[in-house]
Write a protein that binds this ligand. Sequence first.
Ligand code: MEZ
Length: 473
Amino acid sequence: MKKWIPTVLAAAMALSLLSGCGAKKELADVVVVGAGGAGLAAAVRAQEEGANVIVLEKMPIVGGNTARATGGLNAAGTKQQIDKGFKDSVKLFYEDTMKGGYKKNNPELVKLLTEQAKDSVEWLENYGADMSDVGRMAGASVNRTHRPAGGAAVGSHIAMVLEKTAKEKNIDVRTRHQMTDILIDKDGAVTGITAKDKEGKEYTIQTKAVVLATGGFSANQEMVISYKPELKGFATTNHPGATGDAITIAEKHGAALIDMAEIQTHPTVVPEKGVMVTEAVRGNGAILVNKSGERFVNELLTRDVVSKAILGQQDGRAYLLFDKGLRDSLKATEEYFKMQLVTEAESVEALAEKLGIEKAVLANTVGNYNKGVKAGKDGQFQRPDLPRELKDGPFYAIEVTPAVHHTMGGLKINTDAEVLNKDGQAIKGLYAAGEVTGGVHGGNRLGGNALADIITFGKIAGLNAFNHVKAEQ
Ligand code: MEZ
C-alpha cells in the first residue's frame, strides 16, 4: 500500500500543479466542505490519523450553525450524568430519539448516534471543551444535554474549541472558498472538487475523498417552501449560509435524498428579530403563556407540537415567562438581556401590567404552576419535569413565535457516512455528516441531538474518508 500525502509533500505538489495558463490544481488526502461543527470534527478526526486535509468554507467565518447552537449536546452514560445522579442509558436515549422522530429515523444511524455520543463528549473535552453542566430538553426522559458550566451557550464554545484545534493541527481552513462541483470519474468514484476562491477564481483540488458538511437549507426560503409550502414567510434561526447548495450538487451526481419535507420550526424565536431563545430556558423551568396570561401547552413537548400550540394562540405568539432563579441557573439567558429582548418587573402582577395582561389571570397562572411544582405534578398539562417554582423576582417575559430551525432531510448516508446513490450503493469517496444528511432525526429532531449528530457523524466521516484514501493507494 502506498503512503498518503505528507503535508510538506502536498504543499510541494500543490505548487507543482500550478499550471502556467490553466486554473490552479492542488492535492489533498481529504477535502471537507463546510467549516461548521461537522466539518471541523471531520477534518480534525482525519488529521488525527495523519491525513492532509483542506477545509473549504464559503462564509467569511467558520462555525456555521454550530456557532448559534445554545442548549447543548445530548449523550447518555457520561461521567457528568453519573456524578449528578441522572440515570440514563443508550437504550433510553435511542427510544427517545426514535419516538421524537416519529420512528421515521433510520434505526441504524440512531443506534450509532446514541452509542457514540458519549465518546463525542469526551473527544471534545480532550480538546479543552467544558461540557460539565447537564440540562433537560423537550422530548428527553432524563437530563442528558451537555453544555458548559452554569448553562452557558454551548455552540460558540464548541466552534471555538474546534477552530483552535484545527489551527494547532495546521489544518488548511479556507474561508470564502466555495465548492462549485464534485468531480467523479467514469467508474463513479470521486476524483476531486472544483471551487471558487475569495476573488472568484476557479481552481481544482484532486482528492479521492470528499466530506460534505455544509449544513441544511433552512435559510433557503425557496427550497424550504418547495418541500413544505406552509412555511412560506417564516423567519429562520439559521445563519445565512445554510442554503443547501451541496445537496443540489450531490443530487446532480446521483445522490439519493431522504425526508426532504421534514422541516422543523423552533417554537421560541423572537418575532422580527429572529433570535432563538434556547429550549434550555423551558428545560430549566420557564412556562409559556398566551396573551391572555394562560398556559396552553406542556412546555416540554416536542418542537412541532409546541410550535403548533403557539401558532394557535392570539397573533401566533406567546410569552416565555421565568424568574431570577431560572436566570441564575442558565448563563445563556444573559445574552437576551444584553440584546434587550426581555420585559422585566419586580412582581408577576407588575409584569402582567407591562405586557397588557390582566394581573389576576397571570398571577393565578403562575400560582397554579408553582402549586404543581410543589406537589410534583402538573395537573393542567402533565409536564413531566418541574425543576423550579417561579417565585423569585424580578420576573421576566420574552415574546416568541416559531421559526424554521432544522431541515431533517438531506443526503442519504449509510453507517460509514458514505453518500448513497438512488440504487442504495455508496458513491465511492463521497461522505457526508451533519444537517446536510437525512435519516438521523426522522420526522422531528430532539433538542440537543444536532450537536450530538454533527460531532459523532463528523468524526465517523473524517475517519472513513481517510481510511478510504489509504485503501485506494
Ligand atoms: O438542538 C437544538 O436545536 C437546540 C438545543 C436549540 C436550543 O433551543 O438551544
